[in-house]
Design a binder for this molecule. Sequence first.
Ligand SMILES: [Zn+2]
Ligand SMILES: [Zn+2]
Length: 1018
Amino acid sequence: MCKTNNLEVMVKPTNRPKVDPLRYGIRGINLLGEEKFEKALECFEKALALRSDDPNFLLNKLTALVSLLRYEEAISLARFIVETYPFETCTFSAYNHLGTIYYCIQHYEEALECCKTTMTFPGNEAKRNADKCKRRIRESQGLYDFVTLKDIQTLPGDIDCSEYIGPIKIRDEPSKTASGRNQQRLGLECTKDVGAGTLLFSVVTLFTHPLSTPGITEASVTKQEMDIIQESMQHYFTTCDMHCKRQLHALYSTMGAMQRNVELDDFRYHKVVTSNIKPYNREKSNPDLYNLPILEREQIAHIAKYAGRTIPCQGWGIWSLAAMANHSCIPNACCFQIKGFLFVFASGNLKAGQEIFLERGNYRSMSYPKRIERLGFKCECPLCLLDAQETEKSFKTRIDCIDTFKYYCGQPQQSHERYISKLEESIKSIKKTYSDQDRILQTELETSLRTLGLVYGDYNLYKKGIIIYLQLITTFGFSGKLSFTKTKLPQYPPIHFKIQLQGNLLFEHTYLFMELSRLAKILGYQTLFRQSLAISRLAAFIHQGFIPKEHAFYELALACFEKALLLSPDHEGLLFNKLTSLGSLFRYEEVLELGAHLTIVKQSTEIKVYQTLAIAYYNIEAYEKSIECNQMVLGFQPNNAEAKINIGRCVERIPERDHGRYNFDKIKANIIKTGRLDCSEYIGPIKIRDEPSKTESGVNQQRIGLEVTKDVAAGTILFATTACRIQKELPVSWGEHETEWCWGLWSLASLANHSCLYNTGTFHLEEILFAVASKNLKAGDEIFISRGDYTSLAYPKRIEELGFKCECPLCLLDAQESPNSFRDRKILLDLYRKNYQIQVATSSSRGQYTAKLQDLVKKLKNTYSDSDRHFQFEIEAPLSTLASTFNGEKAIVPCLQLITMSGFTGKLSFTKEKLPPQDPPIHFKIENEGFLRIDHIGLFMNLCKESKDLGYETLSRQALAISRHAAFIHMGLSLQEHAAYFKTMGYPNQYLTFRDTVDAVESRVEFHPVVYNFHLFK
Ligand SMILES: [Zn+2]
Ligand SMILES: [Zn+2]
């Protein structure tokens, strides 16, 4: 009985009017396009309710779930699809999604497995993604490439990098000795012995909030910001994603590592985290800005500029794991952040089981009562415990004594001796205010002692200066065994110092050691100089993330050498050091000037002078001069391998600079090997036009333009120029090579006017842009470069995207069309997207669509005022789809149609005669009226394949040669790279082995030019 009832219920829907599930499916796809993921998901679920076994609906539902970040459901759905529908397309899409999900939730090993599966399918980005996974896996082991991370820092959006939990755990017992804002006194501890500078962990922020109001006080901030923080915390509890949950787990796992399935207690979590709000980049990045003399203040601003930071960068952030650590004013761990990622380092040598302390705000130099007030809780760190024993009177007198010191500073006496002794006396009186004047951690003395140090420097009392700085270094908790010998040290290779260290490297040590190194250098304590510099760099790295690349210390060092040169202007060693600093800062003009002084006036025999000069000459493309300098080096050291290699490099650069002859294979191999581009700029047969361009406008408002100075053939390099500025985007895999899309500003290229139908192709290697003629140009012809490919957009939209009224032949034609024409075309194109685009591409019997598509294309052509008009780029997509529905002989026709429409109208061969074997290769001369654009790379490959299958051997080999020609012009691809790419696209080897070449010989007419289209390859 029961069963019958159920059956009835199930049968019922069939009595209703029939609904086509496809309609829901298509509506869903449109909603996905509009990023309305919730609604799209509803549609796919409705479609699945009607047809539950349709793999396309399931895949679409998967896309919607992934877009909604509902990863857990998405994972089980993807697994279901893979098991139930083991066809290629389903498996591929599902694994693709799975890979993305695992990547997002930081399960990189699983993501890598998915990439390995998808790698077996042709033409996708699995290899690039696999490389990303591998990088993330290395990062999750604490191996970060900070140089690359810093580069990424200049980009908008989140940083792509993995978290790392190192040798730390949450303490089993609350901390006893030191308090923090963390009310339960939970704390972190080390699980093994680690050295100063070890990365302990790195975590992504739960929340950061920048504060841009200058001069805002901390009390008011706390009040205002707390509300925002509370609110955002609430937001995290309601929308907690898997990643956030994982952090919550980490918080509650007493094992310290990532345990899953831990019961969450929102209330407790909330309490812990909000009681541990850690200011980020606040004061920490610039505490000394307020205390330093003017000169250094500017230097720090300069360093900050190099490090890509704006100086008043203040804000708040919450890093849950960091929030677990208790506070100490003399912390043994420190951190810096890059784009929301917090990197936490040991700042002293830590033993297994030792508690890890971070500081919340740097208030060390403040008087104790003020410090406690700022912190907002009674700190029990060693410094505060000591200070707490001092009397009220002691704090007050100390402030008075410090004021007295400041007063004396501003009152220079007649004699230095008297001035200095006044200052020394008042320092003594400050020290006396402590209950024990030899007490450790007299941090309040910082500013006074530093000032005295600078005064000593001004009066050449370097030894006294060194003593003061050593005193300060110790005051801030560092007591390492430094070397005070005067032994000479070799420059190369760099030395790795092992210094017995007690205490922690605090932020202040960055500049304290830098100043010490300056004084040590002047006095000839070479080991001390080198050790101090190395320690300063370590401190700068763990506290601020400075890496040598940022040149922070070259600037500081240069300033130091210049200060010293004021005292002793002819000091050869100092001049030589200044030269090295200038070279490291790429200030080549100054290098050449100073280098000439050293070599000619001083008759210097320092080999390094010639080496620095050789580099400077190389970098300003004076390769002949560079060779001379390298030969001088060889004169001193006949076996100097570096000089020999450098001469070889110069010899390779000269034909590039003078004739535009580049060995791209070698240059690219070098990029892969070293990560750097090594080649010369080149200015070929071009000049700036005498008169502004008349027929075409550009972004260039004066319509200044470039023209060729002599006849050149398609494929000729016109110029190669370095970017003024370049912004790299994510790497994209191109065949076997990874290339990067980027935005850049190339001043020479920007002089050329724009045309949607440009006659010059561009590609770039790293920062150098190569401009290549994409058709034969006559002397005096203007050069046009495209700024973005909008040819397939409707005219009004294209003009909007370009941002100016383009007057190229395509736009001029389009401007004559009526508004109705655009409207009718849009309606038809919408119809195409809705009914054919996906359906045909995924169909196994495409032939059924031919008639309908032919009809549609005809209607589309009729929307133009003249249905046989040139440049109907808007209907390129339906035309391609139509082409894909043909087989055999018929397929060639639309193939050729597309090629012609894209601007190439050369006379190809349609005979079926046999050609000689592939060696020697044939050089085809094809009479051509048209341009080669980037689309032709793929279009001619299609033609190559179709015609070969039909036995048109000449046509096939011509098409291959033209495709390669276009691939060089627009992408700088070599024969091998072209073959490698099309192999990944599924082209069999037999289509790729020929090495024929092509010349497009000029024929009479002006022709159908060129467009830009990347999506074929994306
Ligand atoms: Zn304290
Ligand atoms: Zn245009």
